[in-house]
Design a protein around this ligand. Structure first.
Ligand SMILES: NC(=O)c1ccc[n+]([C@@H]2O[C@H](COP(=O)([O-])OP(=O)(O)OC[C@H]3O[C@@H](n4cnc5c(N)ncnc54)[C@H](O)[C@@H]3O)[C@@H](O)[C@H]2O)c1
Length: 282
């Protein structure tokens, strides 16, 4: 089966990125948000990213034109009904995700593939709530989507070969590298990355060093392009807190437990770059 029209649910950090790369690579793309204000914010972030990337020669005017031609925004779920694939990138909460997939299941034809960009939920826990478990796949992109090459492609016990192949082909056409993964909590990257990020917060709690020094130590000592606390600010501390809850429930291992400082910062609304403040001010 060939994917021509792509629907994206959510135009936050990840949804806007997936919408960006889909439209830039020639797919007719529709992105759906809960309100016009959030939709405008998400679409605006694509424009901001493009302006900076073009100035740094990391994107082209052609890419900008492709996005203008191929991308539309909506606040109506019905506008996703004739898409060949719908990629969900909404809040990391199984109840919210399943509620929207339930509505989409009624709206979309049987042929539409459903994909989730979840970081930590099991794809099968969403697929089994729909009448199309064979059409359900995981597509886990990384932030910032236009820059990051990896997409984890998750096949559940019920995903059909045809669906999986179509998802792999879609990822290839975005000029990304697909890593097929088993349907386990956190897949490959978050299973390894989340304990490391939480340990950086625990190091800060223990007053081992300042945020900047923790970040510098990991960049200069390990050759990482970004320090863990900066990365957490980019990921979003609210999303990280949701992920830790899900991963701790699954593995019951202390390395996945949320540090008190993370909980406190989320309660105070200091959730990282998107709120203007996290471990750093923006
Ligand atoms: N932040 C990351 O680095 C990252 C990386 C990979 C995957 N993810 C995953 O991607 C998903 C989204 O994360 P994010 O960081 O983009 O979060 P975000 O908070 O930036 O964006 C989520 C967006 O979804 C919207 N939304 C909520 N319910 C909706 C609905 N019913 N219909 C349409 N839109 C709706 C919200 O208004 C919000 O704008 C999560 O599952 C997360 O785990 C995040």
């Amino acid at each position: 089966m060939e994917i021509k029209k792509v629907g994206i649910l959510g135009c936050g950090l990840m949804g806007s990125g997936v919408a960006h790369v889909s439209a830039a690579n020639g797919y007719e793309t529709v992105v759906c948000e809960v309100s016009q204000e959030l939709l405008d914010k998400g679409l605006g972030s694509i424009q901001k990213y493009l302006t900076k990337a073009i100035a740094r020669k990391k994107a082209t005017v052609f890419e900008k034109r492709m996005i203008a031609d191929n991308l539309t925004g909506t606040t109506k779920l019905e506008d996703l009904k004739d898409c060949d694939i719908v990629i969900e990138a909404i809040t990391e909460d199984i109840k919210i995700k399943n509620e929207v997939f339930g509505k989409l299941d009624k709206l979309c034809p049987k042929s539409t593939i459903f994909a989730s960009n979840t970081s930590s939920l099991k794809i099968s826990d969403m697929a089994k709530e729909t009448k199309r478990p064979e059409k359900f796949v995981g597509l886990h992109f990384f932030n910032p989507v236009p820059m990051m090459k990896l997409v984890e492609v998750v096949k559940t016990a019920t995903t059909s070969d045809e669906t999986f192949d179509a998802a792999m082909q879609y990822v290839k056409t975005l000029d990304k590298v697909a890593v097929p993964c088993k349907d386990t909590t956190g897949f490959v990257v978050n299973r390894l990355l989340v304990p490391y990020l939480l340990d950086a917060i625990r190091a800060l709690e223990a007053d081992v060093a300042s945020p900047k020094d923790i970040d510098n130590a990991m960049m200069l000592g390990c050759g990482y392009p970004m320090g863990p606390l900066t990365l957490l600010d980019f990921v979003g501390l609210d999303t990280t807190l949701s992920i830790t809850g899900i991963m701790y429930d699954e593995f019951k291992q202390p390395q996945y437990a949320a540090p008190e400082l993370l909980k406190k910062m989320v309660a105070e609304g200091k959730i990282g770059k998107k709120s203007g403040e996290g471990f750093y001010k923006y």
